[in-house]
Design a protein around this ligand. Structure first.
Ligand SMILES: [Zn+2]
Ligand SMILES: [Zn+2]
Length: 388
């Protein structure tokens, strides 16, 4: 059940080259992996490109029409067209123009069983106001910024309403005719055979994109989409305590809505680069500190560098190498709550790799006093190391 190229672009079999190109621009703008938050956006985008490549080449289109989709794509192999078997990306419904591009099996289920399907998506269409798509981008900050909170700038390219035509897609003085395919309704009925039986589906008219009208002229700046791509730089407030993988939502900074609907949102996924010193475990931090053998034996107070300055920590007498101590409230701030996580300090006892004569004698005496018989000439250091 491969989706044919006409459905992919949402055009009729007798669409002109111009209509195909226009439909391509519309679909491409919507399903570009940079702007679409569908999981299969990239796959979808490739299909759209392949469909345009074939249908705008007169010879290829002729072959395609004669051979049919499956045989053509077989013959055309190596290309990334066609793709999935049953249930693969792109069901019969999705391609029918307008914003209905998501397609696929899941959409069918959603339509049957009333699943959400995401606002503004799926069938229907027409001239109802629709919220624009949410967009996603990423941002990397360091641990100090995650600790303090920060204001950062993100720059992204995103679709925006075309100023020239105010999103209409055509000059205000363009001639208008009623769309012959939908008689101005903006919607068409399709009957589809699906694994769940025959389904009558109302979808956005592929010819007019749901507007019900065709215009004599496209806007020169947006080519009829009503949408252009713009580079935007936005200032983002990063709250203290944010963790890697968490997203910040900037409302109304996503793709423009349709028919006067509001913009979608922009989701910024934050990655926190923790650096080399600390390990982060939720709101807790972990760090390693070295102490000398005498410090471990006799106990001492050491300085520990935390994420916000150094503090003193008591190492009790008789501390073993590898023991961990907790500094309460010295970890990361809790996101949008009071309090902080803890800092866990793991103490490692450092074995000296060289000794002066005095130290050597003292250690030999230490060993002797403990009744240890150490062959000082040969394996002294090995034995010393393994004893710790
Ligand atoms: Zn325009
Ligand atoms: Zn129409």
């Amino acid at each position: 059940m491969s989706e044919n190229f006409y459905d992919v672009l949402g055009v009729s079999r007798d669409a002109s080259e111009e209509e195909i190109k226009k439909a391509y621009r519309k679909q491409a703008a919507e399903h570009h992996p940079d702007v679409s938050d569908d999981d299969d956006a990239e796959e979808r985008f490739k299909k759209i490109q392949k469909a345009k490549e074939v249908l705008t080449d007169e010879q290829k289109r002729q072959q395609y029409d004669q051979m049919g989709h499956d045989r053509f794509t077989e013959a055309d192999k190596r290309g990334a067209t066609g793709g999935g078997g049953p249930g693969g990306a792109g069901g019969p419904f999705g391609g029918a123009g307008g914003a209905g591009g998501a397609g696929g099996f899941e959409d069918i289920f959603n339509q049957f069983f009333g699943g959400g399907g995401g606002r503004g998506r799926g069938g229907g269409g027409g001239n109802r106001p629709r919220q624009g798509q949410d967009l996603r981008t990423g941002l990397t900050i360091d641990l100090e910024e995650a600790f303090e909170g920060a204001t950062k700038e993100v720059t992204l390219t995103r679709p925006a309403k075309c100023d020239t035509c105010d999103g209409a897609g055509h000059p205000p003085d363009a001639d208008v005719e009623t769309c012959p395919q939908c008689n101005g309704r903006g919607q068409v009925q399709q009957v589809q055979q699906t694994p769940l039986g025959r389904v009558q589906q109302t979808s956005t008219c592929p010819r007019c994109g749901g507007e019900g009208e065709l215009y004599s002229e496209d806007c020169a700046d947006c080519g009829g989409d009503g949408v252009v791509r713009e580079e935007a730089t936005l200032s983002v407030e990063i709250p203290a305590g944010i963790r890697s993988g968490q997203s910040l939502r900037m409302e109304r900074e996503g793709a423009p809505g349709e028919n006067g609907g509001p913009n979608g949102d922009l989701l910024i996924e934050v990655d926190v680069d923790v650096g080399d010193r600390f390990e982060r475990d939720g709101d807790d931090l972990r760090v390693n500190e070295a102490v000398s053998f005498p410090q471990a034996v006799f106990g001492d107070t050491i300085e520990v560098e935390t994420v916000d300055g150094s503090v003193e920590m008591d190492v009790p007498a008789g501390t073993q190498s590898g023991e961990t101590f907790r500094l309460k409230g010295k970890g990361m701030p809790r996101l949008r709550r009071r309090g902080r996580g803890d800092l866990y300090v793991q103490v490692g006892v450092v074995v000296p790799d060289s000794l002066n004569d005095e130290q050597r004698e003292a250690l030999e005496a230490f060993a002797e006093a403990g009744g240890e018989d150490i062959d000082v000439g040969g394996g002294f250091f090995e034995k010393l190391k393994s004893s710790f």
